[in-house]
Design a protein. Structure first.
Length: 177
């Protein structure tokens, strides 16, 4: 898909994309990259343009004596100075690529987001299904299928101060609670 084709779809379906790329919203170019990488699908349902996302959601925890700590994304800071805080049901998430297994997507997310390459204890969790207006692309209806897992972080990977991760055009801050 080209950018002109995507913009044409957005205009036809009256999606107010002119404010994208400001505040916490992503840009049209980001949606195009997601679509062309196969990370999302764009289709029309009941006359409305809909973005469909299939992803993994990992709840990362560390057992610290009697306390169980859970990792949370605190914020994202973009290179252009914008920042956003998201309220996620999981510690981190990653879109599942075409022909990628849930386990492979989880392993890729742990490596890309936190640099973890060790085999970790993973417990499959629930599947979260929801449809709502996208916070990343305001005005665009998005259907989410999030396959969750609980992942135990062992002592040798545990950083009590949390993690700071560089991810493309942004820096992501994770903290333990």
């Amino acid at each position: 898909m080209t950018e002109d084709e995507l913009v044409g779809m957005l205009i036809f379906h009256r999606i107010p994309f002119v404010h994208w790329g400001k505040g916490s919203a992503k840009r049209v170019e980001d949606l195009l990259a997601e679509a062309n990488a196969g990370e999302i699908k764009l289709d029309v349902s009941d006359g409305k343009l809909k973005r469909t996302v299939r992803s993994i959601g990992a709840i990362l925890y560390h057992q610290d004596g009697d306390r169980q700590l859970v990792l949370h994304e605190e914020k994202q800071v973009f290179d252009d100075g914008r920042s956003r805080r998201r309220t996620l049901e999981t510690s981190l998430g990653e879109k599942i690529l075409p022909n990628e297994s849930v386990y492979d997507a989880l392993a890729r997310a742990l490596k890309e987001e936190l640099g973890f390459v060790d085999e970790l204890k993973v417990e499959p969790g629930a599947t979260i299904l929801k449809t709502e207006e996208s916070k990343s692309y305001p005005g665009l209806l998005t259907a989410y299928e999030i396959l969750t897992s609980r992942v135990e972080i062992p002592d040798h990977l545990f950083k009590p101060e949390g993690y700071v991760v560089r991810d493309g055009d942004k820096t992501v801050y994770f903290v333990w609670r």
